[in-house]
Design a protein around this ligand. Structure first.
Ligand SMILES: [Zn+2]
Length: 593
Protein backbone atom coordinates (compact mmCIF):
# COMPACT_ATOMS: atom_id res chain seq x y z
CA UNK A 1 0.00 0.00 0.00
CA UNK A 2 1.28 3.42 -0.92
CA UNK A 3 1.82 5.99 1.79
CA UNK A 4 2.19 9.58 0.68
CA UNK A 5 4.15 10.75 3.72
CA UNK A 6 6.62 7.95 3.28
CA UNK A 7 6.95 8.60 -0.43
CA UNK A 8 7.70 12.25 0.14
CA UNK A 9 10.40 11.38 2.68
CA UNK A 10 11.95 9.09 0.13
CA UNK A 11 12.11 11.98 -2.27
CA UNK A 12 13.84 14.39 0.05
CA UNK A 13 17.44 13.12 -0.02
CA UNK A 14 17.52 13.00 -3.78
CA UNK A 15 17.91 15.69 -6.33
CA UNK A 16 14.31 16.01 -7.44
CA UNK A 17 12.47 18.07 -9.93
CA UNK A 18 11.27 20.42 -7.22
CA UNK A 19 9.36 22.72 -9.48
CA UNK A 20 7.12 19.85 -10.49
CA UNK A 21 6.77 18.38 -7.03
CA UNK A 22 6.24 21.37 -4.77
CA UNK A 23 2.54 21.75 -5.61
CA UNK A 24 1.99 18.08 -4.80
CA UNK A 25 3.99 18.34 -1.59
CA UNK A 26 2.02 21.35 -0.37
CA UNK A 27 -1.20 19.52 -1.01
CA UNK A 28 0.00 16.48 0.87
CA UNK A 29 1.08 18.53 3.86
CA UNK A 30 -2.24 20.36 4.00
CA UNK A 31 -4.35 17.23 3.78
CA UNK A 32 -5.36 14.90 6.61
CA UNK A 33 -2.88 12.81 8.57
CA UNK A 34 -3.13 9.76 6.32
CA UNK A 35 -3.72 11.32 2.94
CA UNK A 36 -4.57 9.12 0.02
CA UNK A 37 -4.09 10.21 -3.51
CA UNK A 38 -7.75 9.80 -4.33
CA UNK A 39 -8.42 12.55 -1.78
CA UNK A 40 -6.34 14.99 -3.75
CA UNK A 41 -8.20 17.65 -5.69
CA UNK A 42 -8.82 16.54 -9.23
CA UNK A 43 -6.68 19.40 -10.46
CA UNK A 44 -3.63 17.39 -9.33
CA UNK A 45 -2.67 15.16 -12.17
CA UNK A 46 0.14 12.72 -12.68
CA UNK A 47 2.04 12.94 -15.88
CA UNK A 48 1.83 9.19 -16.42
CA UNK A 49 -0.09 6.49 -14.58
CA UNK A 50 0.62 2.84 -15.36
CA UNK A 51 -2.34 0.99 -13.94
CA UNK A 52 -3.20 -2.55 -12.94
CA UNK A 53 0.09 -4.20 -13.91
CA UNK A 54 1.97 -6.92 -12.08
CA UNK A 55 4.83 -4.99 -10.52
CA UNK A 56 8.24 -6.64 -10.40
CA UNK A 57 10.01 -3.94 -8.43
CA UNK A 58 13.56 -5.22 -8.89
CA UNK A 59 13.97 -6.56 -5.36
CA UNK A 60 13.67 -10.14 -6.61
CA UNK A 61 10.68 -10.74 -4.34
CA UNK A 62 7.17 -11.82 -5.34
CA UNK A 63 5.37 -9.37 -7.62
CA UNK A 64 2.20 -7.52 -6.66
CA UNK A 65 -0.60 -5.97 -8.67
CA UNK A 66 -0.75 -2.21 -8.59
CA UNK A 67 -0.27 1.17 -10.20
CA UNK A 68 2.82 3.29 -10.79
CA UNK A 69 2.47 7.08 -10.93
CA UNK A 70 5.02 9.43 -12.45
CA UNK A 71 5.41 13.18 -12.14
CA UNK A 72 8.22 14.84 -14.04
CA UNK A 73 11.21 12.49 -14.18
CA UNK A 74 10.38 10.59 -10.99
CA UNK A 75 8.17 7.79 -9.79
CA UNK A 76 6.01 9.44 -7.11
CA UNK A 77 3.72 6.63 -6.04
CA UNK A 78 3.46 2.86 -6.19
CA UNK A 79 0.31 1.15 -5.00
CA UNK A 80 -3.38 1.59 -5.67
CA UNK A 81 -4.87 4.99 -6.45
CA UNK A 82 -7.37 6.76 -8.63
CA UNK A 83 -5.72 10.13 -9.30
CA UNK A 84 -5.97 11.56 -12.77
CA UNK A 85 -3.11 11.34 -15.21
CA UNK A 86 -2.28 13.10 -18.45
CA UNK A 87 -1.30 9.72 -19.90
CA UNK A 88 -2.95 6.52 -18.69
CA UNK A 89 -1.43 3.16 -19.53
CA UNK A 90 -3.45 0.02 -18.86
CA UNK A 91 -0.94 -2.66 -17.87
CA UNK A 92 -3.48 -5.29 -16.86
CA UNK A 93 -1.99 -8.74 -17.39
CA UNK A 94 1.44 -7.29 -18.07
CA UNK A 95 4.64 -6.98 -16.07
CA UNK A 96 5.81 -3.55 -14.90
CA UNK A 97 9.53 -3.41 -14.14
CA UNK A 98 12.38 -0.96 -13.68
CA UNK A 99 14.13 -0.17 -16.99
CA UNK A 100 16.83 -2.60 -18.03
CA UNK A 101 20.52 -1.74 -17.90
CA UNK A 102 22.77 -2.73 -20.78
CA UNK A 103 25.98 -3.41 -18.88
CA UNK A 104 28.08 -3.59 -22.05
CA UNK A 105 26.90 -1.27 -24.77
CA UNK A 106 28.59 -0.26 -28.02
CA UNK A 107 25.95 2.36 -28.77
CA UNK A 108 28.64 5.08 -28.64
CA UNK A 109 28.53 5.74 -32.40
CA UNK A 110 25.09 4.35 -33.24
CA UNK A 111 23.43 6.89 -30.94
CA UNK A 112 25.15 9.66 -32.89
CA UNK A 113 23.63 8.30 -36.11
CA UNK A 114 20.20 7.61 -34.57
CA UNK A 115 19.55 8.75 -31.03
CA UNK A 116 16.47 6.56 -30.62
CA UNK A 117 18.44 3.37 -29.96
CA UNK A 118 15.51 1.32 -31.18
CA UNK A 119 16.90 -2.24 -31.08
CA UNK A 120 17.48 -1.79 -27.35
CA UNK A 121 14.45 0.42 -26.65
CA UNK A 122 12.19 -2.33 -27.98
CA UNK A 123 13.67 -4.64 -25.36
CA UNK A 124 13.15 -2.26 -22.45
CA UNK A 125 16.71 -0.98 -22.16
CA UNK A 126 16.81 2.43 -20.49
CA UNK A 127 20.55 2.76 -19.80
CA UNK A 128 23.53 2.06 -22.07
CA UNK A 129 26.83 1.57 -20.22
CA UNK A 130 29.76 2.12 -22.55
CA UNK A 131 33.56 2.18 -22.40
CA UNK A 132 34.79 -1.39 -22.89
CA UNK A 133 38.53 -0.72 -22.86
CA UNK A 134 38.35 2.38 -25.00
CA UNK A 135 36.10 5.36 -24.48
CA UNK A 136 34.99 8.39 -26.51
CA UNK A 137 37.33 10.62 -24.51
CA UNK A 138 39.59 12.00 -23.25
CA UNK A 139 41.09 12.49 -26.70
CA UNK A 140 44.01 14.72 -27.68
CA UNK A 141 44.38 16.28 -31.12
CA UNK A 142 46.31 13.32 -32.52
CA UNK A 143 43.68 10.85 -31.28
CA UNK A 144 40.88 12.96 -32.75
CA UNK A 145 42.65 12.97 -36.12
CA UNK A 146 43.07 9.17 -36.04
CA UNK A 147 39.53 8.51 -34.84
CA UNK A 148 38.24 10.66 -37.67
CA UNK A 149 40.06 8.80 -40.46
CA UNK A 150 39.23 5.41 -38.93
CA UNK A 151 35.48 5.97 -38.79
CA UNK A 152 33.42 3.21 -40.40
CA UNK A 153 29.89 3.46 -41.78
CA UNK A 154 28.94 6.19 -39.32
CA UNK A 155 30.72 9.48 -40.03
CA UNK A 156 30.56 12.31 -37.52
CA UNK A 157 32.49 15.41 -36.55
CA UNK A 158 34.27 15.16 -33.21
CA UNK A 159 33.34 18.25 -31.25
CA UNK A 160 34.48 17.15 -27.78
CA UNK A 161 37.79 16.25 -26.13
CA UNK A 162 36.73 14.82 -22.76
CA UNK A 163 34.56 11.83 -21.88
CA UNK A 164 32.14 14.10 -20.05
CA UNK A 165 32.01 16.30 -23.14
CA UNK A 166 31.07 13.33 -25.32
CA UNK A 167 28.26 12.22 -23.01
CA UNK A 168 26.89 15.75 -22.80
CA UNK A 169 27.06 16.06 -26.60
CA UNK A 170 24.92 12.92 -26.91
CA UNK A 171 22.38 14.25 -24.43
CA UNK A 172 22.21 17.61 -26.19
CA UNK A 173 21.74 15.90 -29.53
CA UNK A 174 18.78 13.91 -28.17
CA UNK A 175 18.84 10.24 -27.17
CA UNK A 176 16.21 7.67 -26.26
CA UNK A 177 18.13 5.77 -23.60
CA UNK A 178 20.24 7.10 -20.75
CA UNK A 179 23.99 6.85 -21.24
CA UNK A 180 26.94 6.26 -18.96
CA UNK A 181 30.54 5.25 -19.54
CA UNK A 182 33.69 3.88 -18.08
CA UNK A 183 36.90 5.65 -19.02
CA UNK A 184 38.90 3.28 -21.19
CA UNK A 185 42.28 2.38 -19.73
CA UNK A 186 43.47 2.06 -23.33
CA UNK A 187 42.27 5.60 -24.00
CA UNK A 188 44.26 7.00 -21.06
CA UNK A 189 47.27 4.97 -22.24
CA UNK A 190 47.04 6.13 -25.85
CA UNK A 191 46.62 9.74 -24.72
CA UNK A 192 49.97 9.60 -22.91
CA UNK A 193 51.96 6.86 -24.68
CA UNK A 194 50.47 6.49 -28.15
CA UNK A 195 49.64 3.07 -29.56
CA UNK A 196 53.03 1.37 -29.31
CA UNK A 197 54.07 -1.62 -27.21
CA UNK A 198 55.70 0.44 -24.48
CA UNK A 199 55.37 0.78 -20.72
CA UNK A 200 54.83 4.08 -18.91
CA UNK A 201 57.54 5.56 -16.72
CA UNK A 202 56.38 6.90 -13.33
CA UNK A 203 55.72 10.35 -14.70
CA UNK A 204 53.68 8.99 -17.60
CA UNK A 205 51.74 6.70 -15.29
CA UNK A 206 50.98 9.76 -13.16
CA UNK A 207 49.55 11.50 -16.22
CA UNK A 208 47.41 8.45 -16.99
CA UNK A 209 46.14 8.39 -13.39
CA UNK A 210 45.17 12.05 -13.65
CA UNK A 211 43.17 11.37 -16.83
CA UNK A 212 41.24 8.67 -14.97
CA UNK A 213 40.51 11.01 -12.05
CA UNK A 214 39.39 13.77 -14.41
CA UNK A 215 36.97 11.41 -16.18
CA UNK A 216 35.65 10.12 -12.85
CA UNK A 217 35.04 13.69 -11.71
CA UNK A 218 33.10 14.18 -14.95
CA UNK A 219 30.89 11.25 -14.02
CA UNK A 220 32.55 8.09 -15.38
CA UNK A 221 31.45 4.93 -13.57
CA UNK A 222 34.90 3.37 -13.41
CA UNK A 223 37.82 2.32 -15.56
CA UNK A 224 37.36 -0.23 -18.32
CA UNK A 225 39.92 -2.51 -19.95
CA UNK A 226 39.86 -4.82 -22.94
CA UNK A 227 43.04 -6.79 -22.64
CA UNK A 228 43.17 -8.75 -25.90
CA UNK A 229 43.25 -5.76 -28.23
CA UNK A 230 46.29 -3.61 -28.97
CA UNK A 231 47.28 -1.21 -27.52
CA UNK A 232 45.25 -1.98 -24.38
CA UNK A 233 46.81 -5.46 -24.29
CA UNK A 234 50.26 -3.95 -23.69
CA UNK A 235 49.23 -2.85 -20.20
CA UNK A 236 50.69 -5.00 -17.45
CA UNK A 237 48.91 -5.81 -14.22
CA UNK A 238 50.66 -3.12 -12.13
CA UNK A 239 49.61 -0.40 -14.58
CA UNK A 240 46.00 -1.60 -14.35
CA UNK A 241 46.13 -1.68 -10.54
CA UNK A 242 47.28 1.96 -10.60
CA UNK A 243 44.40 3.08 -12.82
CA UNK A 244 41.84 0.93 -10.98
CA UNK A 245 43.00 2.49 -7.68
CA UNK A 246 42.09 5.91 -9.05
CA UNK A 247 38.68 4.65 -10.18
CA UNK A 248 38.12 3.03 -6.78
CA UNK A 249 38.95 6.14 -4.78
CA UNK A 250 36.52 8.03 -7.00
CA UNK A 251 33.71 5.59 -6.15
CA UNK A 252 33.98 3.53 -9.34
CA UNK A 253 34.69 0.03 -10.60
CA UNK A 254 37.33 -1.88 -12.49
CA UNK A 255 35.58 -3.62 -15.42
CA UNK A 256 37.39 -5.87 -17.85
CA UNK A 257 37.27 -7.89 -21.01
CA UNK A 258 39.81 -10.19 -19.46
CA UNK A 259 43.21 -10.95 -20.95
CA UNK A 260 42.12 -14.57 -21.38
CA UNK A 261 38.72 -16.19 -21.97
CA UNK A 262 39.82 -19.43 -23.60
CA UNK A 263 42.81 -21.70 -22.83
CA UNK A 264 43.97 -19.49 -19.95
CA UNK A 265 40.52 -18.41 -18.73
CA UNK A 266 41.47 -19.03 -15.10
CA UNK A 267 44.57 -16.82 -15.40
CA UNK A 268 42.26 -14.10 -16.72
CA UNK A 269 39.93 -14.45 -13.73
CA UNK A 270 42.88 -14.47 -11.32
CA UNK A 271 44.29 -11.25 -12.79
CA UNK A 272 40.92 -9.49 -12.48
CA UNK A 273 40.53 -10.59 -8.86
CA UNK A 274 44.09 -9.49 -8.08
CA UNK A 275 43.49 -6.05 -9.61
CA UNK A 276 40.30 -5.65 -7.58
CA UNK A 277 42.00 -6.78 -4.37
CA UNK A 278 45.04 -4.54 -4.77
CA UNK A 279 43.14 -1.46 -5.97
CA UNK A 280 40.13 -1.69 -3.69
CA UNK A 281 37.79 -1.13 -6.65
CA UNK A 282 34.99 -3.65 -7.19
CA UNK A 283 35.77 -5.92 -10.15
CA UNK A 284 33.30 -6.71 -12.93
CA UNK A 285 33.92 -9.18 -15.76
CA UNK A 286 32.61 -8.16 -19.14
CA UNK A 287 30.92 -10.95 -21.13
CA UNK A 288 32.01 -13.89 -19.00
CA UNK A 289 32.49 -16.97 -21.15
CA UNK A 290 34.53 -20.13 -21.59
CA UNK A 291 35.61 -19.79 -25.21
CA UNK A 292 36.54 -22.79 -27.31
CA UNK A 293 35.26 -26.34 -27.03
CA UNK A 294 38.38 -27.51 -25.21
CA UNK A 295 37.69 -24.91 -22.53
CA UNK A 296 33.99 -25.37 -21.93
CA UNK A 297 34.78 -27.50 -18.88
CA UNK A 298 36.71 -24.60 -17.30
CA UNK A 299 33.57 -22.64 -16.52
CA UNK A 300 33.09 -24.48 -13.20
CA UNK A 301 36.55 -23.52 -11.99
CA UNK A 302 36.05 -19.91 -13.13
CA UNK A 303 32.78 -19.69 -11.20
CA UNK A 304 34.41 -21.29 -8.16
CA UNK A 305 37.19 -18.68 -8.15
CA UNK A 306 34.74 -15.81 -8.48
CA UNK A 307 32.58 -17.19 -5.68
CA UNK A 308 35.60 -17.76 -3.44
CA UNK A 309 36.68 -14.15 -3.99
CA UNK A 310 33.16 -12.95 -3.18
CA UNK A 311 33.10 -15.09 -0.05
CA UNK A 312 36.38 -13.47 1.02
CA UNK A 313 34.69 -10.06 0.91
CA UNK A 314 35.70 -8.82 -2.52
CA UNK A 315 33.03 -7.37 -4.77
CA UNK A 316 33.41 -9.41 -7.94
CA UNK A 317 30.54 -9.68 -10.42
CA UNK A 318 30.04 -10.40 -14.12
CA UNK A 319 27.79 -9.78 -17.06
CA UNK A 320 27.11 -11.80 -20.20
CA UNK A 321 25.38 -11.86 -23.55
CA UNK A 322 22.92 -14.69 -24.10
CA UNK A 323 24.42 -16.30 -27.22
CA UNK A 324 26.98 -18.97 -28.09
CA UNK A 325 28.82 -16.74 -30.55
CA UNK A 326 30.88 -13.65 -29.91
CA UNK A 327 31.55 -10.80 -32.31
CA UNK A 328 34.82 -8.96 -32.79
CA UNK A 329 37.40 -8.64 -35.54
CA UNK A 330 40.37 -10.37 -37.12
CA UNK A 331 42.50 -8.40 -34.67
CA UNK A 332 41.38 -11.04 -32.15
CA UNK A 333 43.06 -13.66 -34.34
CA UNK A 334 46.47 -12.07 -34.74
CA UNK A 335 49.36 -11.64 -32.28
CA UNK A 336 49.53 -8.28 -30.48
CA UNK A 337 53.12 -7.57 -31.62
CA UNK A 338 52.06 -7.17 -35.24
CA UNK A 339 49.43 -4.59 -34.21
CA UNK A 340 51.80 -2.28 -32.30
CA UNK A 341 51.49 1.37 -33.25
CA UNK A 342 47.88 1.27 -34.40
CA UNK A 343 45.82 0.04 -37.31
CA UNK A 344 47.87 1.68 -40.07
CA UNK A 345 51.15 0.24 -38.73
CA UNK A 346 49.52 -3.18 -38.39
CA UNK A 347 48.35 -3.22 -42.01
CA UNK A 348 51.73 -1.96 -43.26
CA UNK A 349 53.47 -4.87 -41.48
CA UNK A 350 51.06 -7.44 -42.90
CA UNK A 351 52.16 -6.37 -46.39
CA UNK A 352 55.70 -7.60 -45.69
CA UNK A 353 55.94 -11.26 -46.85
CA UNK A 354 58.27 -12.41 -44.03
CA UNK A 355 56.06 -10.82 -41.36
CA UNK A 356 52.99 -12.29 -42.98
CA UNK A 357 54.49 -15.81 -42.86
CA UNK A 358 55.38 -15.36 -39.19
CA UNK A 359 51.87 -14.12 -38.35
CA UNK A 360 50.25 -17.07 -40.14
CA UNK A 361 52.48 -19.50 -38.25
CA UNK A 362 51.44 -17.93 -34.94
CA UNK A 363 47.73 -17.90 -35.83
CA UNK A 364 47.98 -21.66 -36.42
CA UNK A 365 50.11 -22.37 -33.34
CA UNK A 366 48.00 -23.57 -30.40
CA UNK A 367 50.88 -22.68 -28.07
CA UNK A 368 51.28 -19.07 -29.25
CA UNK A 369 51.18 -16.89 -26.12
CA UNK A 370 48.17 -14.71 -26.94
CA UNK A 371 44.41 -15.04 -26.92
CA UNK A 372 43.44 -16.22 -30.41
CA UNK A 373 39.64 -16.43 -30.62
CA UNK A 374 39.70 -17.40 -34.30
CA UNK A 375 41.58 -20.62 -33.54
CA UNK A 376 38.71 -21.73 -31.29
CA UNK A 377 36.01 -20.85 -33.83
CA UNK A 378 37.74 -22.15 -36.96
CA UNK A 379 37.16 -20.81 -40.45
CA UNK A 380 33.74 -22.53 -40.65
CA UNK A 381 32.75 -20.91 -37.35
CA UNK A 382 33.75 -17.41 -38.48
CA UNK A 383 31.11 -15.32 -40.25
CA UNK A 384 32.05 -11.92 -41.67
CA UNK A 385 29.49 -9.24 -40.79
CA UNK A 386 31.08 -5.82 -41.22
CA UNK A 387 33.34 -4.27 -43.86
CA UNK A 388 34.41 -0.68 -44.12
CA UNK A 389 34.99 -0.64 -47.87
CA UNK A 390 32.04 -0.57 -50.26
CA UNK A 391 33.77 -3.02 -52.62
CA UNK A 392 33.94 -5.70 -49.91
CA UNK A 393 30.43 -5.28 -48.51
CA UNK A 394 29.02 -8.00 -50.79
CA UNK A 395 31.01 -10.51 -48.69
CA UNK A 396 28.85 -9.67 -45.66
CA UNK A 397 27.32 -12.80 -44.15
CA UNK A 398 29.79 -15.28 -45.66
CA UNK A 399 32.04 -17.56 -43.64
CA UNK A 400 35.80 -17.19 -43.81
CA UNK A 401 36.02 -20.87 -44.89
CA UNK A 402 33.69 -20.29 -47.80
CA UNK A 403 35.50 -17.18 -48.98
CA UNK A 404 38.98 -18.75 -48.66
CA UNK A 405 37.81 -21.77 -50.66
CA UNK A 406 36.50 -19.56 -53.43
CA UNK A 407 39.80 -17.70 -53.56
CA UNK A 408 41.84 -20.92 -53.39
CA UNK A 409 43.89 -19.67 -50.43
CA UNK A 410 44.20 -20.67 -46.78
CA UNK A 411 41.77 -19.03 -44.32
CA UNK A 412 44.72 -17.28 -42.64
CA UNK A 413 45.84 -15.81 -45.97
CA UNK A 414 42.28 -14.78 -46.76
CA UNK A 415 41.96 -13.08 -43.37
CA UNK A 416 45.15 -11.07 -43.89
CA UNK A 417 44.16 -10.12 -47.45
CA UNK A 418 40.80 -8.88 -46.20
CA UNK A 419 42.27 -6.77 -43.38
CA UNK A 420 44.64 -5.13 -45.88
CA UNK A 421 41.95 -4.59 -48.52
CA UNK A 422 39.38 -3.24 -46.06
CA UNK A 423 41.77 -1.08 -44.07
CA UNK A 424 39.98 -2.33 -40.97
CA UNK A 425 39.93 -5.26 -38.59
CA UNK A 426 36.78 -6.57 -40.39
CA UNK A 427 33.89 -7.30 -38.02
CA UNK A 428 33.21 -11.02 -37.62
CA UNK A 429 31.09 -13.43 -35.58
CA UNK A 430 33.00 -16.27 -33.91
CA UNK A 431 31.14 -19.35 -32.65
CA UNK A 432 32.85 -20.16 -29.36
CA UNK A 433 30.58 -21.17 -26.48
CA UNK A 434 28.31 -24.02 -25.41
CA UNK A 435 24.58 -23.54 -24.95
CA UNK A 436 24.73 -25.44 -21.65
CA UNK A 437 27.23 -22.95 -20.27
CA UNK A 438 25.25 -19.95 -21.49
CA UNK A 439 22.12 -21.28 -19.77
CA UNK A 440 24.02 -22.07 -16.56
CA UNK A 441 25.51 -18.60 -16.50
CA UNK A 442 22.10 -16.96 -16.76
CA UNK A 443 21.19 -18.64 -13.46
CA UNK A 444 24.13 -17.24 -11.45
CA UNK A 445 22.91 -14.79 -8.79
CA UNK A 446 25.71 -12.30 -9.51
CA UNK A 447 25.25 -12.30 -13.30
CA UNK A 448 23.92 -9.25 -15.17
CA UNK A 449 23.46 -8.73 -18.92
CA UNK A 450 25.10 -6.69 -21.66
CA UNK A 451 24.61 -6.81 -25.42
CA UNK A 452 28.21 -6.01 -26.41
CA UNK A 453 26.57 -4.37 -29.40
CA UNK A 454 25.34 -1.09 -30.82
CA UNK A 455 21.74 0.09 -30.52
CA UNK A 456 20.49 -0.15 -34.09
CA UNK A 457 17.49 0.01 -36.36
CA UNK A 458 16.91 -1.92 -39.61
CA UNK A 459 17.19 1.23 -41.71
CA UNK A 460 19.49 3.95 -42.95
CA UNK A 461 23.22 3.79 -42.31
CA UNK A 462 22.76 0.64 -40.23
CA UNK A 463 21.97 -1.36 -43.37
CA UNK A 464 25.54 -0.87 -44.59
CA UNK A 465 26.82 -3.64 -42.33
CA UNK A 466 25.33 -6.70 -40.72
CA UNK A 467 25.51 -7.44 -37.01
CA UNK A 468 25.25 -10.11 -34.34
CA UNK A 469 21.69 -10.99 -33.24
CA UNK A 470 22.52 -9.86 -29.71
CA UNK A 471 22.07 -6.25 -30.90
CA UNK A 472 18.35 -6.92 -31.34
CA UNK A 473 17.67 -9.74 -28.92
CA UNK A 474 19.98 -9.97 -25.92
CA UNK A 475 17.56 -8.79 -23.21
CA UNK A 476 14.29 -10.12 -24.62
CA UNK A 477 16.08 -13.47 -24.86
CA UNK A 478 16.67 -13.47 -21.10
CA UNK A 479 12.92 -13.10 -20.52
CA UNK A 480 11.66 -15.30 -23.36
CA UNK A 481 14.14 -18.10 -23.84
CA UNK A 482 15.78 -18.37 -20.41
CA UNK A 483 12.93 -17.38 -18.07
CA UNK A 484 9.75 -18.54 -19.82
CA UNK A 485 10.92 -21.42 -22.00
CA UNK A 486 13.89 -22.93 -20.18
CA UNK A 487 13.11 -21.78 -16.63
CA UNK A 488 16.80 -21.19 -15.94
CA UNK A 489 15.79 -18.28 -13.69
CA UNK A 490 12.53 -16.83 -12.38
CA UNK A 491 10.99 -13.62 -13.66
CA UNK A 492 11.46 -11.67 -10.39
CA UNK A 493 15.11 -12.74 -10.35
CA UNK A 494 15.59 -11.81 -14.01
CA UNK A 495 14.19 -8.31 -13.38
CA UNK A 496 16.48 -7.94 -10.37
CA UNK A 497 19.49 -8.79 -12.51
CA UNK A 498 18.39 -6.72 -15.52
CA UNK A 499 17.85 -3.59 -13.43
CA UNK A 500 18.45 -3.48 -9.68
CA UNK A 501 21.67 -5.46 -9.46
CA UNK A 502 23.49 -3.60 -12.24
CA UNK A 503 22.32 -0.26 -10.78
CA UNK A 504 23.67 -1.33 -7.40
CA UNK A 505 26.96 -2.63 -8.80
CA UNK A 506 27.48 0.61 -10.70
CA UNK A 507 26.68 2.75 -7.65
CA UNK A 508 23.84 4.56 -9.43
CA UNK A 509 21.64 6.94 -7.48
CA UNK A 510 17.91 6.26 -7.37
CA UNK A 511 17.77 3.89 -10.31
CA UNK A 512 17.03 0.20 -10.79
CA UNK A 513 13.86 -0.14 -8.70
CA UNK A 514 10.17 0.62 -9.01
CA UNK A 515 10.05 2.82 -5.96
CA UNK A 516 8.66 6.23 -5.09
CA UNK A 517 11.39 8.83 -5.43
CA UNK A 518 13.34 6.85 -8.00
CA UNK A 519 13.94 8.03 -11.55
CA UNK A 520 11.04 7.03 -13.75
CA UNK A 521 12.80 4.43 -15.92
CA UNK A 522 10.02 1.88 -16.38
CA UNK A 523 9.28 -0.96 -18.79
CA UNK A 524 5.95 -2.71 -19.41
CA UNK A 525 6.02 -6.11 -21.10
CA UNK A 526 3.95 -9.24 -21.60
CA UNK A 527 5.77 -12.13 -19.87
CA UNK A 528 3.84 -14.65 -21.99
CA UNK A 529 4.93 -13.06 -25.27
CA UNK A 530 8.24 -11.25 -24.81
CA UNK A 531 11.00 -12.72 -26.92
CA UNK A 532 13.79 -12.28 -29.44
CA UNK A 533 13.55 -12.96 -33.18
CA UNK A 534 17.01 -12.01 -34.45
CA UNK A 535 19.07 -14.89 -35.81
CA UNK A 536 22.61 -15.21 -37.13
CA UNK A 537 21.26 -15.43 -40.68
CA UNK A 538 18.77 -12.62 -40.19
CA UNK A 539 19.92 -10.50 -37.25
CA UNK A 540 18.07 -7.27 -37.99
CA UNK A 541 14.78 -8.24 -36.36
CA UNK A 542 13.30 -6.41 -33.43
CA UNK A 543 12.31 -8.23 -30.29
CA UNK A 544 8.62 -8.10 -29.39
CA UNK A 545 6.49 -8.21 -26.27
CA UNK A 546 7.67 -4.94 -24.69
CA UNK A 547 4.84 -2.45 -25.05
CA UNK A 548 5.83 0.65 -23.06
CA UNK A 549 9.17 2.15 -22.09
CA UNK A 550 9.51 5.29 -19.96
CA UNK A 551 12.90 6.98 -19.66
CA UNK A 552 13.19 9.72 -17.03
CA UNK A 553 9.43 10.14 -17.19
CA UNK A 554 9.39 10.40 -20.98
CA UNK A 555 7.19 7.84 -22.74
CA UNK A 556 9.52 6.55 -25.47
CA UNK A 557 7.69 3.40 -26.54
CA UNK A 558 3.91 3.03 -26.52
CA UNK A 559 1.93 0.06 -27.80
CA UNK A 560 5.26 -1.42 -28.92
CA UNK A 561 6.02 1.54 -31.19
CA UNK A 562 8.49 4.39 -30.63
CA UNK A 563 6.83 7.71 -29.79
CA UNK A 564 9.78 9.73 -31.07
CA UNK A 565 10.23 11.36 -27.66
CA UNK A 566 13.83 11.33 -26.45
CA UNK A 567 14.19 11.36 -22.67
CA UNK A 568 17.72 9.99 -22.29
CA UNK A 569 20.20 11.75 -20.01
CA UNK A 570 23.77 11.28 -18.86
CA UNK A 571 23.88 9.03 -15.80
CA UNK A 572 26.90 9.85 -13.66
CA UNK A 573 28.93 7.92 -11.14
CA UNK A 574 29.53 8.71 -7.51
CA UNK A 575 32.73 10.62 -8.13
CA UNK A 576 31.00 13.25 -10.26
CA UNK A 577 31.83 16.67 -8.90
CA UNK A 578 28.30 17.89 -9.54
CA UNK A 579 26.98 15.83 -6.62
CA UNK A 580 26.99 17.59 -3.29
CA UNK A 581 29.08 14.76 -1.84
CA UNK A 582 30.89 13.97 -5.09
CA UNK A 583 34.56 14.10 -6.00
CA UNK A 584 37.32 11.63 -5.32
CA UNK A 585 38.48 10.49 -1.89
CA UNK A 586 41.68 9.22 -0.38
CA UNK A 587 41.04 5.54 -1.15
CA UNK A 588 38.32 3.13 -2.20
CA UNK A 589 37.89 2.33 1.51
CA UNK A 590 36.35 5.77 2.01
CA UNK A 591 33.29 4.65 0.03
CA UNK A 592 30.65 2.22 1.16
CA UNK A 593 30.08 -0.37 -1.51
ZN1 LIG B 1 34.93 -7.62 -25.35
Amino acid sequence: MWSSARAWQDLLPSEVNLKRLIPLASLLLLSCSTPRLKDLPTSTAYDIAIRGGTIYDGSGGAPHTGDVAIIGDRIVAVGKFDGRAKVDIDATGKAVAPGFINMLSWANESLIADGRGLSDLKQGVTLEVMGEGSSMGPWNAEMIALETVRQGDIKYPITWTTLGGFLEALETRGIGPNVASMIGAETARTYVLGEGDVDPDPKQLGAMRRLVVQAMEEGALGVGTSLIYAPGSYAETDELVALASEAGRCGGLYVSHMRYESDRLLDGVDELIEISRRSGAPGEIWHLKAAGKNNWGKLDAAIARIEAARASGLRISANMYTYIAGSTGFDAAMPPWVQAGGREAWIARLKDPATRAKVIAEIRDPKAPYENLYRHAGAEGTTMVGFRTEALKPLTGRTLADYAKEKGVSPEDAMIDLVIADGSRVQVVYFLMSEDNVRRQTALPWMTFGSDAAALAPEGVFLKSSTHPRAYGNFARVLGKYVREEKALTLPEAVRRLAALPAHNLGLRDRGLIKAGYHADVVVFDPAMVGDHATYDSPRQYSTGVSEVVVNGVLSLRGGEPTGALGGKVVRGRGWKGWEDGGCRRSAKAWTW
